[in-house]
Design a protein around this ligand. Structure first.
Ligand SMILES: [Zn+2]
Length: 213
């Protein structure tokens, strides 16, 4: 219990310091970082969400990341990116998923996979984020071998990256996406080996495709 309290205090401290720096740089009021509070307060259970609206919130999204699933919303850096994502309902009027996927709809698919993963975590956002944090902590120990290992070797991300280009993937997951469980059963080192194996395979295929060109 004491540990949870210390983590909470640390988090509060980080938010406080970060909001001061952000306010100074962006000439904004201190209220800005707390715009996400209503999103958390009004969050519905993952299974009850059919589509996630995209909103711009530059404060909470780390540099280098395009978007983030946040309690049933997708957070982006710019209003333009949010608009583009909001134009994609995920389905065409005839109910079919559009093919082929462009970069933005693959991104939308990626975030929707996270939504369905939260559904598979006892239909709870808190359980999803708690697991996400645990997997991230397991991964960062391998940061020396792989840059950004906490993120890239996170079982939730591994499933989302593997299937984001497959427009039909979520059609086969009515009770939530569970591909992450396969990776969660592995040790962090095994995940690293799997990741490196996949990257090598991708490079070989890329070389083959370009050999004739
Ligand atoms: Zn992701």
């Amino acid at each position: 219990m004491q540990q949870v309290f210390i983590v909470f205090l640390l988090l509060l401290y980080v938010v406080f310091v970060k909001s001061i720096i952000f306010a100074a740089r962006n000439n904004h009021t201190m209220n800005h970082p707390f715009r996400i509070l209503p999103i958390i307060m009004k969050a519905r259970r993952p299974s009850r969400i059919t589509d996630m609206p995209a909103v711009r919130d530059a404060f909470w999204l780390k540099k280098g990341y395009t978007a983030m699933t946040f309690f049933g919303h997708i957070i982006t850096h710019s209003a333009e990116e949010a608009n583009q994502l909001n134009m994609l309902s995920g389905k065409e009027p005839n109910g079919k998923t559009p093919k082929p996927l462009n970069a933005f709809s693959a991104l939308k698919n990626h975030e929707m996979i996270h939504l369905r993963q939260a559904q598979a975590c006892g239909d709870s956002w808190l359980r999803f984020y708690w697991r996400y944090l645990r997997y991230w902590l397991q991964g960062i120990r391998l940061n020396r071998q792989l840059r950004n290992a906490g993120y890239l070797l996170n079982p939730f991300e591994m499933e989302a990256y593997e299937h984001m280009d497959d427009a039909q993937y979520l059609d086969h997951c009515p009770d939530g996406a569970t591909g992450w469980k396969h990776y969660a059963a592995m040790s962090a080192t095994q995940r690293l080996e799997h990741y490196i194996g996949k990257q090598t395979l991708k490079n070989i295929e890329y070389d083959k495709e370009n050999a004739g060109a």
